[in-house]
Write a protein that binds this ligand. Structure first.
Ligand code: COA
Length: 348
């Protein structure tokens, strides 16, 4: 890595997403679970999700006894590889340009080694790599970590949120099975001349709350839904406020709010308390469900690709998750920081 330099800015110069092809609708779920499309939509806002594992994954035999991964259909690594490769292409960068890979995931493919090793190798990277597990706050933790590495000397960091929650969901439990899905989102965070795009951030965890949302090795997700809901709204609001305060901005300054995609009622409640109009929120969970650390980069990619942010706009990202973790960041959008200036620095 290059030596440390003061005032090294950072920007997101490439972004991309990957979703497994299998779509599971609420109707599909209500065919074998005691649930309904109207219950799921009313209570969560979710209409469908993408999955790799579980009763609807392409595989032979009995849905509810099927557990092992269908070979060749996908893993946390394969989703990460697809999103990561597309993000590098979008940034017009090659594998040799990346100094660090941060793979944010709460569903690694193996206990050992880290899934980032598999992704690093498949993408042809020759850089440092590690997994980051901060549950659904993972991607924003990763973004803050990437910007810090850039301040410390790295030129370009690939941050990927990738999850296969369908592997740790109990498909017979209607209280959790309807909520989660699989996917990946990736961004290239790059050293740029001038100020950092990361204007303010807040990360944290309250470890005393770990019993309200957890999965043991080999077990499935266990959740005290109402308590998670209550804490999630509070964490999103307080953490977002802290990040905005440190960035010296107000909710009026936020052009796009990208909250963790867990439940549309959590997003609505957070928007109301933050006084951010709901129209400024990025919402993708109706088509993805809760994809944990992939949810914020997925919603960010969709909003950016839809033209919802212009250069100079402020984006507030805020996640919460098992732990309970939280993380928020205020980010000034600038997709092409090199357009008016000299060449990019060589990789370190
Ligand atoms: N379909 C139909 N009924 C369901 C159901 C389903 N999929 N899941 C639960 N129910 C039932 C419950 O059994 C309960 O029945 P009862 O009244 O006979 O006991 C009833 O619906 C109401 O359940 P309740 O828990 O009060 O619903 P809720 O309004 O709190 O919504 C959640 C449940 C899970 C959607 C909501 O609490 C939530 O989103 N929590 C946060 C979850 C989350 O974000 N987790 C990830 C964090 S990263």
């Amino acid at each position: 890595m290059a030596p440390m330099a003061p005032n090294r800015g950072s920007a997101i110069t490439g972004w991309a997403m990957a979703l497994p092809p299998t779509i599971v609708t609420n109707e599909d779920l209500s065919r074998y679970l005691d649930t309904s499309d109207s219950w799921i939509v009313d209570r969560t806002g979710i209409r469908e999700r993408r999955v790799i594992y579980g009763p609807f994954a392409p595989r032979p035999a009995d849905p509810l006894t099927w557990t092992s991964p269908p070979m060749g259909i996908g893993t946390t690594a394969s989703l990460a590889i697809e999103a990561g490769r597309k993000a590098l292409d979008a940034a017009h960068l090659g594998a040799e340009d990346i100094d660090l890979l941060i793979l944010c995931t709460t569903t690694p493919d193996q206990a050992v080694p880290a899934t980032s090793s598999v992704v690093q190798s498949a993408l042809g990277l020759h850089c440092a790599a590690f997994d980051l597990n901060a549950a659904c706050a993972g991607f924003v933790y990763g973004l803050v970590t990437a910007a810090s590495f850039i301040t410390g000397g790295a030129h370009r960091v690939l941050v990927i949120g990738s999850e296969t929650l369908s592997r740790i969901v109990d498909w017979t439990d209607r209280e959790t099975a309807v909520l989660f899905g699989d996917g990946a989102g990736a961004v290239v965070v790059e050293e740029v001349p001038g100020d950092s795009s990361l204007l303010g951030w807040d990360v944290g965890v309250d470890g005393q709350l770990q019993p309200i949302l957890y999965a043991d090795h080999g077990g499935s997700l266990q959740m005290v839904g109402k308590e998670v809901f209550r804490r999630a709204v509070r964490a999103t609001v307080e953490s977002s406020q802290a990040a905005m305060e440190r960035a010296k901005v107000t909710p009026d300054d936020i052009a796009l709010f990208v909250p963790h995609q867990a439940n549309s009622r959590i997003i609505e409640a957070a928007c109301a308390r933050l006084e951010i109009p709901i129209e400024r929120a990025a919402v993708m969970l109706d088509r993805t469900g809760n994809t944990s650390s992939a949810s914020i980069p997925l919603a960010l990619c969709e909003a950016v690709d839809a033209g919802r942010v212009a250069d100079g706009d402020l984006i507030l990202m805020s996640g919460f998750g098992a732990g309970m973790t939280w993380a928020s960041a205020v980010w000034r959008w600038c997709s092409d920081p090199f357009q008016d200036c000299a060449e990019r620095p060589a990789s370190g």
